[in-house]
Design a protein around this ligand. Structure first.
Ligand code: ADP
Ligand code: ASP
Ligand code: MG
Length: 411
């Protein structure tokens, strides 16, 4: 007998008919002889609405209470999903993250999963029930509710699939799969049949919100076959899997845009060993994820150190770097909060040349200035002005010839 995990995102459980449709999918998988675990997100825009409620009370809600609040969205969905399955005459039971022993670290609002207690789930599956688990949430060692970061239900689903050794993990969403670019911004983007974990990981970390990047990390580490599919149709969607022969022939698989980038620049930083280590130890301790780091030496004038963070982390990062900077004579800190990052990703970049040139030329022709450039083995990213981000995405998508012959997405 097989075991499958199905995850339904917010739009896929936005109203009663969609709950029934999602329930039907779970029941069908069960009737085909599988054990079925369902992971659900909060309904529609409800996480945004909860967040809004917090900001109506205070500008600076504590992260612990934010998690306590945001986790309620998923708790509503799990019970409604269980009711939908039960109303169709099948057995189902719902659990919060804490109830299935999903233990995380204590980094509120972006916690990382440490372990999951399989027993509670497997004993219910063994009794023939469809098990429904709340996405996006867990508890820390002291039973405080935590959340995994926006979009984190994908990670709950893939982590469960890894732990339960599921045959596959279906991510049901509002698009028919992973596209060469966000189809909301690039209408002629093309759906991919397959993409490697490494490429998806880069795209997800660089703004392709269709998958939470940590979900892809779990998928890669534990070799979980992930299928991103539409909850509205029966199309096969996109498989995220190990790299297979032939993938390297495609130079660029997709392009992405990260809109919420902020850059911190520290001028006249002492040019002595240990300074960067000190700064980034402090930043890491504050749980701020740092993206691109660029350091330039100026001889006797010290060095200039720039790094980027998610805009949401800017305030924390500002506070953290202000302390050591105050003790360095002449050190000045400036910020650029109006940046975006546009990236091209493909495993084929390892063996093909000219990719950087194509990307820079496309941006130049669109009269878009490049603020900084960073690369990895399989991607090139440019920091640009945020208000030119969407135009830049369309320009590079076209330059790499990624467009579909006819627009095929259903948005
Ligand atoms: P869910 O609520 O189901 O988790 P999300 O909103 O998190 O859905 O993710 C789906 C959205 O991701 C799509 O509506 C689409 O606009 C966006 N998206 C961004 N990049 C891509 C991409 N490369 N391919 C497909 N969708 C993408
Ligand atoms: N409900 C959470 C969010 O909106 C988690 C998720 O949907 O994956 O970000
Ligand atoms: Mg999502």
């Amino acid at each position: 007998m097989g075991l499958v995990v199905q995850k339904f995102g917010g739009t896929s459980v936005a109203d009663a008919p969609r709950f029934h449709r999602a329930a039907r999918r779970a029941i069908d998988a069960k009737l085909q002889g599988n054990s079925v675990v369902v992971v659900v997100s909060a309904r529609g825009q409800s996480t945004d609405e909860l967040e809004q409620m917090a900001y109506e009370i205070t500008d600076n809600p504590s992260k612990r209470e934010m998690d306590q609040l945001l986790s309620t969205g998923e708790q509503i969905s799990i019970s409604l999903m269980a009711m939908a399955i039960q109303s169709a005459g099948h057995e189902a039971v719902s659990f919060t993250g804490g109830q299935v022993g999903l233990i995380t670290d204590n980094a509120h609002t972006k916690a990382r999963i440490q372990r999951i207690d399989a027993e509670r789930i497997t004993s219910q599956l063994d009794q023939g029930k469809i098990v429904i688990v709340a996405g996006f949430q867990g508890v820390d060692e002291n039973a405080n509710v935590t959340t995994l970061g926006r979009g984190g239900s994908d990670t709950t689903a893939v982590a469960l699939a890894a732990m339960l050794r599921a045959d596959y993990c279906d991510i049901f969403t509002d698009v028919p799969g992973v596209f060469t670019a966000d189809p909301r911004i690039v209408p002629d983007a093309r759906k991919l049949d397959q993409i490697s974990y490494d490429e998806m990981l880069e795209l997800a970390s660089l703004g392709a919100g269709v998958m939470h990047s940590r979900a892809v990390e779990f998928g890669k580490k534990y070799n979980v076959l992930i299928r991103v599919r539409s909850s509205a149709t029966d199309e096969p969607g996109t498989e995220i899997c190990q790299e297979v022969d032939g993938m390297e022939e495609i130079v660029v698989s997709g392009v992405s845009l990260k809109k919420d980038v902020a850059q911190i620049t520290m001028d006249h930083v002492p040019d002595t060993p240990g300074i960067a280590a000190d700064i980034f130890a402090r930043v890491a301790k504050a749980n701020v994820v740092v993206d691109d780091i660029i350091q330039t030496e100026h001889g006797t004038g010290g060095a200039t150190l720039s790094f980027t963070v998610d805009s949401a982390d800017l305030k924390t990062a500002q506070e953290v770097v202000a302390k050591p900077a105050a003790s360095w004579p002449g050190c000045e800190i400036s910020y650029n909060t109006e940046l975006a990052k546009v990236s091209a990703v493909g495993v084929g970049m390892r063996s093909h040349t000219g990719v950087a040139h194509t990307m820079f030329r496309a941006l130049a022709e669109a009269k878009i200035n490049i603020n900084a450039i960073t690369t990895s083995e399989i991607r090139i990213s440019c920091l640009i002005a945020r208000d030119q981000g969407e135009e830049a995405l369309r320009a590079i998508h076209k330059a790499f010839g990624l467009e579909a012959k006819q627009a095929q997405n259903s948005i």
